[in-house]
Design a protein around this ligand. Structure first.
Ligand SMILES: Nc1ncnc2c1ncn2[C@@H]1O[C@H](COP(=O)(O)OP(=O)(O)O)[C@@H](O)[C@H]1O
Ligand SMILES: [Mg+2]
Length: 256
């Protein structure tokens, strides 16, 4: 059974069909890419799959269960983690607090429970904290654990967002332009991190990216979306050679 399967999904914003008859199959451990010009509907696809919007038509099956109509937090707890194109961090919380907070929701007890705690809770709490530290280390932000996120450079904030998503132990991770606004050095770091996440956790990744080199290097299968429609799907080589893709996309976007 595929991890995630989308059948004939469409979405209208008023009169605008932002996503049209969209289909997708993601297998466990697969790394997939979604590219396309600005306004093509990429983020809308993510928002539909993560329950932010309810599709006008179509089915979304996560491990065979239809998740259409579920709330984003329910979908997240079923194993679908994500980051946002525009960062959504809690400005006054530290890096470590972000990751611990995400784990509390995973562990099924509230923040208050964590502090009131029984011995069992205390053990869980210690375990939670060591797992949080391990994630920060992997993402190269361990030394920033006690910093408030607003004070951090942009590249580091992106990593915090990723650590938070991973803290919920997703089966699939959606990344919406994880290198947006990054400098070349941060970009190389981020590519390394994505590879490492893939290798270490073996989780599936669905990546929206503007930088083609990154998508081509990381993804096994890539879809190209234009005006809400998938105009091409294939491996990096097939996508790079596809005349429709070159026409619709390569002329207008950064080829880095
Ligand atoms: N909440 C919304 N309400 C109305 N229109 C929207 C909304 N979100 C996105 N759109 C429109 O849908 C289209 C696709 O947007 P988006 O999914 O953000 O594209 P991309 O991520 O590929 O740049 C655009 O025309 C955008 O203006
Ligand atoms: Mg977008």
């Amino acid at each position: 059974m595929p991890l995630l399967e989308v059948k004939n999904m469409s979405h209208d914003f008023g009169g605008l069909r932002a996503v049209s008859d969209y289909n997708l199959v993601i297998e466990p451990g697969q790394v997939r890419g979604l590219i396309g010009p600005n306004g093509a509907g990429k983020t809308t696809v993510f928002n539909l799959l993560t329950g932010v919007y309810r599709p006008t038509e179509g089915e979304i099956l996560l491990e065979g269960k239809n998740i259409v109509g579920l709330q984003p937090y329910q979908i997240a707890s079923m194993g679908l983690g994500r980051t946002f194109q525009e960062l959504r961090l809690w400005r006054h919380m530290t890096v470590l607090e972000h990751v611990k907070m995400a784990r509390y929701s995973k562990l099924g007890y509230g923040l208050i429970g964590a502090f009131l705690g029984t011995p069992k809770r205390h053990r869980k709490e210690a375990d939670n904290e060591s797992k949080a530290y391990a994630l920060l280390e992997m993402l190269g932000i361990l030394q920033l654990a006690d910093q408030v996120v607003t004070n951090l450079p942009y590249g580091a904030q992106r990593r915090v967002e990723m650590a938070r998503a991973l803290a919920m132990e997703p089966k699939i991770l959606f990344l919406d332009e994880p290198t947006a606004g990054m400098n070349p050095e941060e970009l190389i770091q981020m590519m390394k991190i994505i590879r490492e996440i893939k290798d270490r956790f073996g989780l599936a990744i669905f990546l929206i990216e503007h930088r083609l080199r990154m998508v081509m290097e990381l993804c096994e299968v890539i879809q190209t979306l234009v005006f809400g429609k998938v105009i091409a799907e294939g491996n990096p080589e097939q996508i790079q050679k596809n005349p429709k893709v070159i026409d619709a996309y390569l002329g207008t976007e950064t080829v880095e």
